[in-house]
Design a protein around this ligand. Sequence first.
Ligand SMILES: [Ca+2]
Ligand SMILES: [Ca+2]
Ligand SMILES: [Ca+2]
Ligand SMILES: [Ca+2]
Length: 183
Amino acid sequence: MRALIILSWASYALMACHELRIDEQCFPHLLECADSDFDGDGVSNKDDPFPLNDSCTEATETLCDGVDNDCDGAVDETYEEVSSTNQRGVCVGSVKVCVEGAYAEPDQSFIDGYEAEELSCDGEDNDCDGEIDESLDPPSADVQTGICTGTAKVCDGAEGWIEPDYASVDGYTLEAEEHELMV
Ligand SMILES: [Ca+2]
Ligand SMILES: [Ca+2]
Ligand SMILES: [Ca+2]
Ligand SMILES: [Ca+2]
């Protein structure tokens, strides 16, 4: 009989806590119950969306820990964003991914404008190494005659590839250009 009474009291207490959580009210005679932690998961009853289940601690999952914290059947389907290690160039703002319960660096190939090796003349640091438009292989300039043979275009950042300053080519003269264009 005594066991039955204790069991009944516990059931009442649990039910009361459940009601307290739903109603978000704090009745004086339930304060002790609200601050208890029946399932021992470290979250007090009043803050625990599942006060009787120690693996369900969140109303909406935020932890990347391999556990279905909100008991909706999906593990780590949402989690708190953590910045990825490389925050340079087009990688600025990229975040880590959650893989098997642990944060991991993202696959950078999915980042807009990312290049494993910088290839684009676009004013962007595409390979996220801290340098913009470095070590590019420029295409040939439009004029490939006379002393201008072999000249290459110049990277002008966001403007892209532009013609070189032909006047800076050794031996260049306006007459030479006119002559070459007439040939
Ligand atoms: Ca979940
Ligand atoms: Ca989780
Ligand atoms: Ca770069
Ligand atoms: Ca670039």
